[in-house]
Design a protein around this ligand. Structure first.
Ligand code: NAP
Length: 242
């Protein structure tokens, strides 16, 4: 069997109703996984794309929402994809915009990993975690202080958890997507000046597609990645190499 096959594995993807999460869920399904599509919105469209998949309501307005999700069922792969962004000048940035982003992008990611880890360690089965980081896990960005802090945090806890769990059979890694065509970036692509400035800086000369991230998630979820721990893998068309 291919080292990239996920046949016999069950995967849970957060924020699977749209964008990168939908593409990840579909790619894991194509690789043979049984996929649980988790979202605060309906994941019916994604479920319709993946034979044998099902949906689960998971709203990280409560960052502890996934606390009981992994206890009753063996889930082998967790993809923490759900994320939000708030934009304002640092000088005007509100506590509400700080807390909301940190809760969804960082606190929920850590405690969802913890719930997954508890169940996997109790069963002795191991597993794979893929967190969705960002270029702003490495760069500062502008007018997105809580997003930048949260995504630096995602890179940090990915390494911390890898250190604690690598020897116990759980691989914890992250993907740092570059500029990807999703709803999230529609406004940037619609602005010809921003669009050109971004494209000129991407060595690959094109925006990323959600599927580019989906296929990388398959790799990090598969046996082919068994010796990869604590990596934050840039999938950015070369952006960070510039
Ligand atoms: P998106 O289309 O806006 O998708 C974000 C997902 O997160 C949606 O499914 C959304 O659900 C979900 N979500 C938001 N708040 C939630 C909550 N409280 N509870 C549960 N789910 C929640 O954006 P995307 O581009 O696909 O982003 C997916 C991930 O990739 C994010 O972590 C983002 O930071 C990261 N990323 C994206 C890019 C890019 O260029 N697009 C680059 C780097 C990193 P709703 O649809 O219900 O809002």
């Amino acid at each position: 069997m291919s080292a990239f096959s996920l046949s016999g594995q069950t995967a849970l993807v957060t924020g699977a109703n749209t964008g990168i999460g939908q593409a990840i869920a579909a790619a894991l399904g194509r690789a043979g996984a049984t996929v649980i599509c988790a979202g605060r919105s309906s994941c019916a469209e994604t479920v319709g794309m993946i034979p044998g998949s099902r949906e689960m309501t998971l709203d990280f307005a409560d960052p502890m929402a996934a606390r009981d999700v992994f206890a009753d069922e063996k889930i082998d792969i967790l993809v923490n994809n759900a994320g939000i962004i708030r934009r304002d000048d640092a000088i005007d940035f509100t506590e509400a915009d700080w807390d909301e982003v940190m809760d969804v992008n960082l606190k929920a990611v850590f405690f969802t990993c913890q719930a997954f880890g508890k169940a996997a360690l109790a069963r002795g089965t191991g597993g794979k975690i893929v967190n969705i980081a960002s270029l702003l896990s490495f760069q500062g960005g502008i007018r997105v202080p809580s997003y930048t802090a949260s995504k630096h945090g995602v890179a940090g806890i990915t390494k911390l958890l890898a250190n604690e769990w690598a020897a116990k059979g759980i691989n914890v890694n992250a993907i740092a997507p570059g500029y990807i065509e999703t709803n999230n970036t529609e406004a940037l692509r619609a602005d010809p000046v921003r669009n050109n400035a971004i494209l000129e800086r991407i060595p690959a000369g094109r925006w990323g597609k959600a599927d580019d991230i989906g296929e990388t998630a398959v790799f990090l979820s598969s046996r082919a990645a068994n010796y990869i721990h604590g990596a934050v893998l840039n999938v950015d068309g070369g952006w960070l190499a510039r």
